[in-house]
Ligand binder design. Structure first.
Ligand code: GLA
Length: 371
C-alpha cells in the first residue's frame, strides 16, 4: 500500500507554435511541450495538511490546512498555484486530502514558457493518482485553469495547462478552445533538418498585472459590439464587414488579430499536413507582426529577436506566449543555429540589453508519472 501513497511525477513547460491570445476567444491554439519539466515528489498524508517545498525557492516548507484554502486567503507566493489546484479539485467535488510536495523545476520562470502551468499540472496529476480520482487529462487542465483564474487571480485561458497535460513527444497539439477537442499533429523538425530555437529575452512578464486582462476585456467588448458569443465566431471572410462596424481603433486591432490568427492556425495545420513545413515560417512571422501592431503585446526585445533572426536567414520568427517580455521562437535550418544565435547575442549586446538565453526546442512528452 505504501507504494501507492507516494511517487514522482513530471509536467513540462510549453512553447506555442501559433494561435496567440486566441484561447480566451474560443479560438484555436497549437502549442508543444518542452523537454523542461517541473518534477514533484509527492506523499499522501491523512491529516488534512499540505506541505509545500521547492528546491528552487529558499526558505522553509510552507504548511496549509486543506480546510483553510480559499481564494481570499491566497498569499501571493508560489504556493498559491499548488494550493489553488487542491482547492479547485475539492471545489469540483473530488475527495482530495493532505500531501507533502517537493518540487524541482527546469522550466524557466517568468519567461512565457508556462512554468505556472507545469507546477499546477504536476500537482493535479500527482493528486489524481494518489487519491485515485480517475480524471481525464483535459478535465485536469480545466481544473488547473480554474486554480489559476480563481485562486491565483490571473485571467488566463486554457492553452498552457492543456499543453502541459496533453502534449505528446514529436507532436504539436491542435486544440479547439471552444469544444476542447484536441488533435496531435506530427511535428518532427529534426527529420527535416530544421530547428525551432527558443529565445528567452529575460524580460519578465506577469499575467496578473493589468495588460493581459485589458486585452481580454477588449476582445470581449469587441465580441459584444459585433453581437457574437466570442471573436471565434467572426469568419475570416467577414472580417472587413466586422471591422467597418467598429469605431474604436484599439478594438479593431484586437478583432483583426484574433480573426487572422485563427486563420493562421488553420494555414499552419494545412502546411504541416501537406509536408510543407518550411512554408510555416512566413505564417509565424505574420503572426508576430499582428501581435506587435494589432494586439500590441510585443516589446522592443522581442521585436529585436524577430528582426535579427529574419535578417540572418531564419524561415520565420515570432514572440510566443502572453508577451510583454518572455520568449520568442525562431524557425530555421538546423545548420543556421550557430549563425542565428551569434547574430541575436550580438544584437542584444550592441543594444545594451541583458544576454538572452537561446536553446533548441524539441516537441516533448506531456505530464507523466516517473515512479
Ligand atoms: C498566456 C496564457 C494563455 C494564453 C497566452 C497567449 O500564456 O496563460 O492562456 O492566453 O498567454 O496566447
Amino acid at each position: 500500500m505504501s507504494e501507492l501513497r507516494e511517487g514522482v511525477w513530471a509536467a513540462p513547460g510549453r512553447v506555442n507554435l501559433i494561435g496567440e491570445h486566441t484561447d480566451y476567444n474560443d479560438g484555436f491554439v497549437m502549442p508543444f511541450a518542452l523537454p523542461h519539466t517541473t518534477v514533484a515528489t509527492v506523499r499522501r498524508r491523512d491529516d488534512g495538511v499540505l506541505r509545500f517545498q521547492s528546491s528552487d525557492v529558499a526558505g522553509p516548507a510552507v504548511e496549509r490546512r486543506i480546510d483553510d484554502l480559499a481564494p481570499a486567503r491566497a498569499t501571493g507566493s508560489w504556493t498559491d498555484y499548488p494550493a489553488g489546484v487542491v482547492w479547485a479539485l475539492r471545489e469540483a467535488g473530488h475527495a482530495v486530502g493532505g500531501a507533502d510536495f517537493h518540487y524541482e523545476s527546469t522550466v524557466p520562470t517568468g519567461a512565457g514558457l508556462s512554468s505556472s502551468a507545469a507546477l499546477e499540472v504536476v500537482t493535479a496529476l500527482a493528486l489524481n493518482d494518489l487519491y485515485e480520482l480517475g480524471l481525464e487529462r483535459g478535465l485536469m487542465a480545466k481544473l488547473c485553469q480554474r486554480a489559476e483564474n480563481a485562486y491565483v487571480g490571473a485571467p488566463t485561458g486554457i492553452m498552457d495547462q492543456t499543453a502541459s497535460a496533453c502534449c505528446t513527444a514529436g507532436h504539436a497539439l491542435y486544440l479547439d478552445t471552444r469544444d476542447l477537442s484536441r488533435r496531435q499533429i506530427p511535428f518532427d523538425l529534426a527529420a527535416l533538418g530544421l530547428e525551432l530555437l527558443v529565445v528567452d529575452t529575460r524580460v519578465k512578464h506577469s499575467h496578473s498585472e493589468g495588460e493581459y486582462g485589458k486585452r481580454r476585456a477588449g476582445c470581449e467588448a469587441g465580441a459584444a459590439a459585433l453581437g457574437v458569443t466570442a471573436l471565434r465566431d467572426i469568419a475570416y471572410e467577414d472580417l472587413p464587414t466586422a471591422l467597418s462596424r467598429l469605431d474604436d481603433p484599439e478594438i479593431r486591432g484586437l478583432v483583426r488579430h484574433i480573426v487572422t490568427e485563427n486563420r493562421r492556425v488553420e494555414r499552419v495545420i494545412a502546411h504541416l499536413e501537406a509536408d510543407e513545413v518550411r512554408a510555416i515560417g512566413p505564417v509565424l512571422t505574420e503572426g508576430h507582426v499582428s501581435l506587435r501592431d494589432d494586439f500590441r503585446v510585443s516589446c522592443t526585445e522581442l521585436d529585436l529577436v524577430v528582426d535579427t533572426a529574419l535578417a540572418a536567414g531564419a524561415l520565420g520568427a515570432r514572440m510566443t506566449g502572453g508577451g510583454f517580455g518572455g520568449s520568442a521562437v525562431v524557425l530555421a535550418d538546423a545548420s543556421m543555429t550557430p549563425t542565428l544565435t551569434g547574430a541575436i547575442l550580438k544584437a542584444f549586446a550592441s543594444g545594451g540589453y541583458a544576454e538572452p538565453r537561446v536553446f533548441p526546442a524539441t516537441p516533448s512528452a506531456g505530464a507523466t508519472r516517473l515512479s
